[in-house]
Each structure stands twice: as structure tokens, then as C-alpha cells.
Design a protein around this ligand. Sequence first.
Ligand code: FES
Ligand code: FES
Length: 401
Amino acid sequence: MSMIALTVNRRAVQVSAEPRTNVADFVREKLDLTGTHLGCEHGVCGACTVLLDGVPARSCITYAVACEGAEVTTIEGLDDDSVTTELRAAFTREHALQCGYCTPGMLVSARDLVLRLPQADERLIRVGLSGNLCRCTGYVGIVRAVQSVIEVRRARNIAPEPDGGRKILGPVGSGRSAHDGTYRAERIRRAASEQTLPETASSVPAIPDFIPATVLKQQFSVAHPPGQVFATFDDIGAVAACLPGASLTAPPKPERVEGAIRVRIGPIVATFQGAARVERNPADMSGRIVGIGNDRRSRSLTQGEIRYRLVPIEQGTRVDLSIGYTLTGMLAQVGRPGLVRDLAARLIAEFACNLDHRLSGASASDATAAELNGMTLVLSLLRARVTRWVGRFAPSKDGTT
Ligand code: FES
Ligand code: FES
């Protein structure tokens, strides 16, 4: 347990909590402030949004200990806030909520937009709220409510605040402590410079072997002979063209490839840039690709290893895959193994489809997405799961369920 001192809704609190406790659990369980809701707990849905040092932040992926000395404002702390009062009235007027689960986070993000946006620009409001998902109301009423509050305030000559009241730059929840602000800022600066990640893939001199934290087994089949599939795997450019979101950043060599893969999950966009070592064994038509890459924006690092073996089957070729990876940094908090496993399954399904196109003589580029859209994949996974779930209750042919 650590003793954490911070200000919550203008009240100084000092409470002990586990180092792993996030801000959402901290305010809900230790302080009974249950207006902060938890939806995805992955930093995707925005239901848990609170203000940290005046800046909207995901409380489900922010550690309470990292907020030592910070000012936390939950929806309860905005009871008397004039902007939030206007927003609450507008949400009621415009029917901007049904179940209300997303509403606390939505109001916190909307308040920030009302403070900052010069005009009630629908596009900017939609972009600004894109990190807050509502699963039952839809967004028309919500956007209209936010627009109306901005319009009324600007008509009353209340000017926008360019930074929405932000007084400091840097990660939210840091550097505000009266007693250690300077020390903390210096510590963060030093840690950042010590952990500086490679600037480009070519600055990755060697690609080390490693023991993956997670290993996934997958397989797919294509209706083409193993020799043809193995020859295509030899063409790294062709393989990259079949992989959604992947691109090469340097001409590939037979034993080494440099490239990037762009992934989007809801509001999170990551571009992992890196290099990989390629090994092949024509004798048993198997191979291994070991890679390392980083996303500079989220300061996340991943090491990955793909082992494959081609097995002749009656209808063509079965490709057995073993995918191992280790992810560190901010994205590790959202990359739970179950989610990654499902995403990998969809990614491989798209890859297999594109590969099949290419082996049949069509260009895969038309079918390949510019970005691996995790949200689309997640939605299609949810659809598949709901269909399976509903199927369990569907009457069978003999009338039973
Ligand atoms: S619960 Fe935090 S973003 Fe969904
Ligand atoms: S009002 Fe129900 S999720 Fe938004």
C-alpha cells in the first residue's frame, strides 16, 4: 500500500491504496464518488473521463499514485460548475441521454470543448467527442446540446479559453505537487531521456531473440499448392501488401525487412515502426520472422516473433502459425491478451483473404486497408459473439431451445 495525497473535488485527501489502483477505482471505492463510470477499462470508451489538473483524462488507465499532488475533478465536483450546469440542461432539452451510463464522461469532455472551441463547429465537436462512446442514444442530441451551449455562451460574449484553463504542459497528473513539483518534472524529463526509443528502424542494429510474454496459435488455409504459397512468402513486399495497415519503409533484403504497421482502436492510433529478421527453411517449408518496433507517440515497445509452417492438404495449403509477442509501455494497458487474440484472428483472416486474392492473380492492394482498424475488428467480433449467443436461444428444428 502507498499513501497518496491529492486534491479531489477541491478537498485535500490522503488515502492509502495499492500502487496498481487506478484513479477510477480510487475515487469510487475509497471516496465513494461513484459518478465516475467504468465501461471498457481499456481507455477506449471514455465513460471514466475525469479532469486531472483541469485536463480530461481516462481515469481507468491512470494510476492513482501517478497523481500524487494533482487536482482530480470528478463529475460530482462539477455540480456547481456553470458550464456543466448549462450542459446538463442542454442534454435534458436535446434528449442527449437514455441510460446515462456514458453521460458523466461525456459531460466532462463536452465541458472542455465548450471552454475551448471558438464556435459551435459540428465537425470539431464530433472530433472532440470521438473519445467518448455512447451505446444507446446516438450522437445527434449530444452534439446538438454541446453546440447550443457554445452558441449561447459566445452570444453572451463569453470568449473561448484557448487551452481550456490548462496552466501546465506535460502528462496530466504530474508536476502539480507543491512540495515536489520541480523534482517530479525533472525526474520525468530524466526518465524520458534515458528511455529514448530508436529514432528509426534502421537504428535498430540487431534484432535479438527473446522469450515472448504471450503466444497465440492460429492457422488458415488457402486453395493453392504449398510451393506457390512458400514462394509468395519469399516476396516480403507481397506479404506486406496483404497485411492490413502494414507498409515497408526501406527496400527489403532477403534476411531483413524494415517497415511500419498502423493500428487504430477507437481513439487510439499507434504506428509501430521497426525492423525484422527473416529466416526460412525450404526443406520443411517453414520460416520465422523476429521483429522489434516502437510507437513513439505512446512510448510503447513491442517484440514479436512469427513462426510458420506450410502443410499440404487436399484443397491446397494449411498455414500453421505461432505468434509470440511482448508489449511494454502505455499500449500494454489496453492490449489485454483476450483482445489481442481476437484481433490477431481477424487480422490473419484478412491476411489470408488478401493472400488468396494475390495467389489467384489479383492485386491485394485494393483489398488491403490503409490501417488495421481495431475498432472495426472489435465491432465485427462483437457481432459474431452476439450472433453465437442469440443462436444458443434460437429454437431448434424439433422446437426446443
Ligand atoms: S472505462 Fe476508461 S475509457 Fe472506458
Ligand atoms: S446514454 Fe446510454 S450509453 Fe450513452
